[in-house]
Design a protein around this ligand. Structure first.
Ligand SMILES: NC(=O)c1ccc[n+]([C@@H]2O[C@H](COP(=O)([O-])OP(=O)(O)OC[C@H]3O[C@@H](n4cnc5c(N)ncnc54)[C@H](OP(=O)(O)O)[C@@H]3O)[C@@H](O)[C@H]2O)c1
Length: 305
């Protein structure tokens, strides 16, 4: 099968199309013919070796973490799925979504509602589910204010809509060029950079009730004093800095329950993953670099099949 991955850690130059044997589902896994795959920033970070070099036995590694597609084979000990089902989910360890076929643990997969396109479904198991988990973790009530630090990417755009649906006020940091997108979600945009905390306190003199950080590092330090209760400070992208500041790493649920919830939100028209770019499989390298630059707008999806 055709796949896109790498044989050594490094920059985009190590990425290549690969000709791999068809994978076989182990117990608890689904073999899925991939229709679409979301591009997730952690993919390039792993490829680069930023989380440590990959073990030689792990190569070739296939890129792509979240997919939608059609079940073609089912491993032992799987209930609730049949061949031909339209599904979405996160890929199994050692598998990858930028491929004609991928393996999904059945526990990290869910049925795609008819009303949800394969393109949108491919963004739900990582981006939208992370957004859902983060909004649930900060436990705000209607009328309270959530700051989403890095609101314009895949997770932020979903988190803003999930919070607005709960009648939580949302203020988000992003580049000024993202204002139309963020305002269309019912959120307030404050451009990041020098003086960002002051620009937020100009609008909200008492600060915010919680921060959901997606930017990390200096960008997180710049806004941290806006929240008094550090139990309401969480980060999805920078565990070290958030821990140092007295906050918490996002707790991911990674169950079918959350996948079903986010898919229903899309089907009900309450959540638009804002897929701003759909590229063909042949252009998958361009899709990776669109996310690797760190200034994505919504989600980028690769149309695999
Ligand atoms: N732990 C988990 O399970 C998990 C799951 C999903 C994601 N994550 C992590 O969460 C982070 C966000 O993911 P994503 O998919 O939303 O990323 P993304 O789609 O690449 O979006 C990143 C966003 O960050 C914004 N940004 C860049 N520099 C910024 C700054 N200085 N201040 C504020 N915002 C800034 C960008 O906005 P501009 O374009 O306007 O600059 C961009 O929209 C990543 O670090 C990712 O690895 C973790």
């Amino acid at each position: 099968m055709k796949a896109f991955g790498y044989n050594s850690n490094g920059g985009p130059e190590v990425q290549e199309f690969l000709d791999l044997a068809m994978p076989s589902p182990l117990a608890g896994e689904l073999l899925v013919e991939v229709r679409a795959a979301g591009v997730y920033p952690v993919d390039w970070k792993i490829r680069s070796g930023a989380f440590g070099p990959s073990a030689p036995a792990d190569f070739p590694k296939v890129l792509g973490s979240e997919v939608s597609g059609v079940v073609r084979e089912i491993g032992q000990d799987v209930d609730g799925f049949a061949v031909g089902d339209e599904v979405f989910g996160s890929v199994a360890p050692g598998s990858g979504g930028f491929a004609e076929f991928a393996l999904l643990p059945a526990t990290a997969a869910a049925h795609k509602p008819l009303k949800v396109s394969f393109t949108d479904a491919a963004t739900l198991s990582v981006a939208a589910a992370t957004a859902y988990d983060g909004v649930a973790q900060v436990q705000l009530e209607a009328g309270q204010t959530l700051l989403i630090n890095g609101v314009s990417g895949g997770v932020g755009v979903a988190a803003a809509q999930i919070a607005r649906d709960l009648e939580i006020n949302v203020i988000g940091t992003a580049g000024a060029d993202k204002r139309p997108l963020i305002e269309s979600l019912g959120a307030t945009l404050v451009p990041y950079g020098d003086g960002v905390a002051g620009r937020i306190t100009d609008l909200l003199p008492d600060g915010v009730d919680a921060i959901f950080d997606l930017a990390g590092g200096t960008c997180l330090r710049d806004v941290v004093d806006l929240v008094a209760d550090r139990n309401k400070l969480i980060s999805a992208g920078d565990p070290e800095t958030v821990a140092e500041l007295g906050g918490h790493v996002i707790e991911r649920d990674r169950t079918q329950r959350v996948l079903d919830i986010v898919a229903d939100l899309v089907a009900e028209g309450k959540l638009d993953p804002h897929v701003e770019d759909v590229l063909s499989f042949d252009d998958v390298a361009a899709a990776m670099s669109a996310v690797e630059v760190g200034h994505a707008k919504g989600k980028v999806v690769v149309n695999v099949g």
